[in-house]
Design a protein around this ligand. Sequence first.
Ligand code: PGA
Length: 250
Amino acid sequence: MPRKKLIAANWKMYKTPAETREFFRAFLPLVAEHARDEIVVCPPFVSLPAAVEEVRGSRVGIGGQDLFWEKEGAYTGEISAGMLTAVGCTHVIIGHSERRQYFGETDDSVNRKLRCALPAGLIPIVCVGEVLQEREAGLTEEVLRRQCVGAFRTIPGEQAARITIAYEPIWAIGTGMTATPQMATEAHLIIRDEASEQLGRDIARNLRILYGGSVKPENAAGLMAQEEIDGALVGGASLKAESFAAIVRY
Ligand code: PGA
């Protein structure tokens, strides 16, 4: 069975609740007939309730952009898995490179977050990817394997089947530079191989690996045509209803 593609929007720190509603009122009619792929949008925390309300009755899912690994407690500014599911989230992004770069996230914190998102019933989208210096130094494979080993540590087999990975070469995020379909395919094969080592062959075979980094309407079809690319994580181009819909319908 071919893996069903997932096209996910990462809005980052954009869109108030009112702007979120406006987006969905324009976006949903554009994808109303679209059943081929799964669609998920990840707005900022404060806009989640508005997003969940707007997509009710549609095929679009809503996800958080991050979570904290404790259930509750004195953790100022943090949001738990249970809080995300309570407002209607089905997905959550974990370990985005901007979290790693600006907020000190590590492979270890990614693992802790993953181990808390999975039992809560969320579908995690775990981000991995190399920086430009690592690619130029020939370290891409080592970095991807290290990130996967760190993320997958002690994940129970029956939960691992829900993991989704996003391969996002950091040099391609928000820069307009996109990995070629060939480069993305090579990276995805490394990730799938490491997943097979860590989680077993069957889970690795069904593991969805998305590509992220300057995905646009103009390059979506070429990327999505690759057998190894199981969808996209889209930042900048997901902020306008027309351009995200054009990516979804590539
Ligand atoms: P971009 O962001 O599409 O703007 O490059 C992708 C991401 O950071 O998830």
